[in-house]
Design a protein around this ligand. Structure first.
Ligand SMILES: *[C@@H]1O[C@H](CO)[C@@H](O)[C@H](O)[C@H]1NC(C)=O
Ligand SMILES: *[C@@H]1O[C@H](CO)[C@@H](O)[C@H](O)[C@H]1NC(C)=O
Ligand SMILES: *[C@@H]1O[C@H](CO)[C@@H](O)[C@H](O)[C@H]1NC(C)=O
Ligand SMILES: *[C@@H]1O[C@H](CO)[C@@H](O)[C@H](O)[C@H]1NC(C)=O
Ligand SMILES: *[C@@H]1O[C@H](CO)[C@@H](O)[C@H](O)[C@H]1NC(C)=O
Length: 465
């Protein structure tokens, strides 16, 4: 018997996801997706794509919860994969606010999303006329890229995508053995289903999901032009700083091997915060690194927190102002619902650590995180944690794209450059740059452009008080 021919009607989120499941489960069945509209013209293209379930009458809550759990776990895995940005799936934190307290103050999905909690009184004050709300982190699916990504995977599985207006599902009867109805809101016209209504909410975007990419460096994308623009950028100070030497603080500060430069000029806040013993340094890195910079900063009066996942106990205090924490800073928080993540619960976003420690400000953030710096920097920018930081001293690595940075070489370099331009928009200025000639001279796996694989860059937040 020949494999049955299958048609999926509808090319929205449900249609394309269904088609993908069928094509994976039954690869030998010829499969077509028929729709009048494909992305970017579907209903889904204009949906906010925030994963927050509505409660539907007529289906038991435990079934709705199971559906939501499976959907969340499925998309969460994509958000953690290298394909996250192409697929348009991201974690997003936000509030759901109500004018009157809802019937279920703790909704059925509260333990599926991450970090669900009632909003504090202070948070609620941001929303006049609203008396109730909760805060949580969920997933957001940017529908246009997600639909295109599904279409791409369908084509790769040999599925036909056909634009055609189906007036009546029965007209497909002669051509297909199985017809799957994923007409969604279009069913109002197609089958006259007047009971089918779209649900909608209002989403106010308070968090950004993407940094703004800068235009290409040249009319047609070229690695040479991207690389020259980027390398020039990281080799050029934007503001001068006279005093960068910790020894000038007196005391017995040792000179460090690497140029972890901070700016101690009077016009920036750091030196005043050091004098008034209010200064705080966060240092991210791995144990093998020398810690002279941290020791010197602690000696000059800063409270120093070093985050190092390789130490033996959870917190160690060494000296009056120097702490070690067995935590590593990442660009996402672990999901307690996913077993593999519980193992990594020592991995957190910097914003989460600041909240947990009750710290409002970091005077200096030093990071030597072996290529995780790009995504960490992106996270600090997207969540505006960057505004809580006075100076940044980062070692940046350019011998490969870095963790979860994807795309061809020109795309990668343009992304790095765009990230640094975002810092400039936030009024950070580069005051010291150092090309490490002791490291291999590699740029994206090649010896090229006279670049080093590693640069140490220092910025001052000129808005910092
Ligand atoms: C979407 O609609 C526009 C305007 O009608 C049309 O030009 C475009 O080809 C459509 N795109 C797809 C993929 O159907
Ligand atoms: C197809 O799905 C729509 C939307 O759920 C529904 O209104 C309609 O009755 C279905 N049509 C058939 C023939 O099953
Ligand atoms: C790299 O990818 C971008 C974006 O997808 C594309 O525009 C560009 O042509 C590609 N190739 C090169 C050599 O830049
Ligand atoms: C910093 O200052 C000390 C003493 O003032 C001096 O010995 C040292 O060479 C200086 N280091 C740098 C990198 O300028
Ligand atoms: C390559 O870089 C080194 C160190 O930054 C510099 O001294 C040298 O002039 C550069 N060579 C060329 C050809 O640009």
């Amino acid at each position: 018997m020949a494999a049955p021919k299958v048609a999926v009607v509808g090319a929205g989120l449900v249609g394309l996801s269904t088609a993908l499941c069928i094509s994976e489960a039954f690869p030998s069945c010829p499969l077509s997706v028929l729709a009048e509209q494909f992305s970017p013209n579907t209903t889904g293209d204009v949906a906010a794509g925030m994963l927050i379930p509505h409660t539907y009458p007529g289906t038991p809550i435990h079934v709705q919860k199971q559906w939501f759990k499976e959907t969340f776990a499925y998309l969460f895995a994509i958000s953690n994969s290298a394909e996250a940005s192409e697929a348009g799936i991201h974690l997003v934190s936000g509030w759901q606010v109500f004018k009157t307290p809802p019937k279920d103050e703790v909704p059925f999905w509260s333990d599926v999303v991450l970090g669900f909690r009632p909003m504090s009184a202070a948070e609620l004050q941001k929303f006049p006329q609203h008396r109730w709300g909760h805060a949580f982190t969920t997933l957001k699916c940017d529908c246009p890229p997600y639909l295109l990504w599904l279409e791409k995977r369908l084509r790769a599985n040999g599925v036909q995508l056909r634009t055609s207006k189906v007036a009546d599902l029965w007209e497909l009867h002669s051509e297909y053995d199985v017809v799957v109805n994923c007409t969604g809101v279009g069913a109002q016209q197609l089958v006259g289903d007047r009971e089918l209504l779209p649900t909608r909410g209002q989403v106010l975007q308070a968090v950004r999901w993407h940094i703004d990419l800068q235009p290409w460096a040249s009319p047609t994308p070229s690695l040479t032009f991207e690389a020259l623009r980027f390398l020039k950028y990281i080799s050029t100070s934007q503001i001068s700083c006279e005093r960068m030497n910790l020894s000038s603080l007196g005391g017995d500060a040792e000179t460090t091997k690497k140029p972890w430069s901070v700016c101690l000029d009077e016009r920036f806040g750091l030196i005043h915060r050091i004098r008034s013993k209010q200064c705080r340094l966060y240092s991210l890195g791995l144990g093998n690194d020398d810690n002279q910079f941290e020791v010197s900063m602690a000696k000059s009066g800063c409270e120093v927190h070093r985050f190092d996942p390789s130490i033996k106990s959870a917190h160690i205090q060494e000296g009056r102002r120097l702490w070690y924490h067995r935590l590593s800073v990442d660009w996402r928080d672990p999901n307690p619902a996913i077993a593999a993540h519980r193992l990594h619960s020592n991995t957190k976003k910097l914003g989460t650590i600041l909240n947990e420690f009750g710290h409002q400000k970091i005077d200096v953030l030093k990071a030597d995180v072996e290529s995780a710096e790009w995504k960490i920097l992106e996270n600090l920018i997207l969540e505006d944690v960057i505004e809580q930081i006075g100076q940044l001293v980062f070692e940046v690595h350019i011998h490969w794209p870095g963790f979860e940075v994807s795309g061809n070489d020109s795309t990668v370099v343009r992304y790095w450059y765009s990230l640094l331009r975002e810092l400039e928009l936030k009024d950070f200025r580069l005051f010291h740059t150092y090309k490490d000639l002791s490291k291999p001279q590699m740029f994206l796996k090649k010896a090229a452009f006279n670049a080093s694989s590693c640069y140490t860059l220092s910025w001052v937040n000129t808005r910092w008080q």
